[in-house]
Write a protein that binds this ligand. Structure first.
Ligand SMILES: NC(=O)c1ccc[n+]([C@@H]2O[C@H](COP(=O)([O-])OP(=O)(O)OC[C@H]3O[C@@H](n4cnc5c(N)ncnc54)[C@H](OP(=O)(O)O)[C@@H]3O)[C@@H](O)[C@H]2O)c1
Length: 296
């Protein structure tokens, strides 16, 4: 399954996420993923395992053009002159000359070698100069699609109020049973900025809770699926891309064997998701010493 982007690209709906995959387990996870049918890897410069992803892709025998590679521009490279060198570093590590998708990892412009608390207020408030450089990377052929991550509606509206040549293709944000992003999903449907669900199982901290939700367990039993498969299928049926991470080969394979949920099962989960107060799993604002909440 894939989604069509306005650029003409087709983005596969499920990716293997590689955040917190240790260097010595990343290549095996990526190779298992490619063997099991994944054609989309969600990585980032800051995950420090791009070389392992690139090496696994090379050794897998799967052609570069058959795999969707995403990477992310780290916070310390938002200054326009730093964007292309940062992208080149990711390209070199991944062993490729283009990315399918390059996204601004966080709406926070930190000076090179600086601390998050010393962020550049102007560039953080309006990342248009960073975006223009990303547009230039598309024109140069180094990137096929560009997008953002961790942007709320206000930040998306601010960015798109600039005279963009290319609209953001995606917004990658936390979405899971505990934090369903109902409002952002509606905004995404209206604007065509596709959502990518990160921490789709609740991340390492809440994956056990997610797999134990009674409604999810019930649907899993009824459809002879695992709870993880039910959750990943639910994400796709909501119209988002989904990025489950696993460094365990059997789980990597499990997470791509999906089924369309019957309408009643989908509604049962969607109702359960909306019945509780949204709880965000992760917010780095405090750890980064910011004087504002990055999600507000
Ligand atoms: N843009 C951003 O700021 C951002 C932030 C966070 C994440 N992401 C992206 O989203 C991806 C996924 O997010 P995430 O890693 O936070 O969370 P996640 O995919 O929701 O959860 C990962 C956890 O679930 C476990 N797991 C995976 N499949 C399982 C299964 N079938 N049964 C039981 N446990 C299972 C994994 O264990 P094992 O690995 O030990 O198998 C790991 O502990 C990341 O890798 C990254 O690509 C992006």
């Amino acid at each position: 399954m894939h989604y069509n982007l306005s650029s003409g690209s087709q983005i596969p709906s499920v990716a293997l996420g590689v955040w917190r995959a240790p260097k010595d387990k990343t290549a095996a996870a990526v190779k298992t993923a490619l063997k099991s049918g994944y054609r989309h890897i969600d990585g980032a410069w800051i995950y420090r395992n791009e070389e392992e992803v690139g090496q696994a892709l090379k050794e897998s025998g799967v052609k570069r053009e058959d795999v969707w590679l995403t990477s992310k521009l780290w916070n310390t490279f938002h200054a326009p002159e730093d964007v292309e060198p940062a992208l080149d570093d990711s390209l070199q590590k991944l062993g490729t000359d283009y990315l399918d998708l390059y996204i601004i990892h966080w709406p926070l412009a930190v000076p090179k070698d600086g601390k998050p608390a010393d962020y550049d207020k102007e560039l953080t408030a309006n990342p248009y100069p960073t975006w223009q450089k990303l547009e230039e990377m598309v024109e140069k052929g180094k990137v096929r699609n560009i997008g953002v991550s961790n942007f709320n509606i206000r930040r998306l509206q601010n960015l798109t109020a600039n005279p963009l040549k290319i609209q953001p293709a995606v917004n990658q944000v936390e979405i899971n049973f505990w934090f369903p992003q109902v409002e952002l999903l509606e905004f995404s449907r209206q604007t065509g900025i596709l959502l990518e669900a990160y921490s789709p199982l609740g991340s390492a901290e809440r994956v056990k809770d997610s797999l134990n939700v009674p409604e999810i367990k019930e649907v899993a039993r009824m459809l002879e699926m695992t709870p993880a498969q039910v959750i990943i299928s639910w994400h796709i049926q909501r119209g988002t891309i989904v990025l489950p991470k696993s460094e365990t080969p059997s789980r990597v394979t499990e997470n791509i064997h999906l089924k369309k949920l019957p309408e009643a099962a989908f509604v049962k989960i969607e109702n359960a998701v909306r019945a509780h107060k949204p709880e965000r799993g992760s917010n780095p604002s405090k750890n980064w010493g910011l004087d504002f909440d990055i999600f507000e």
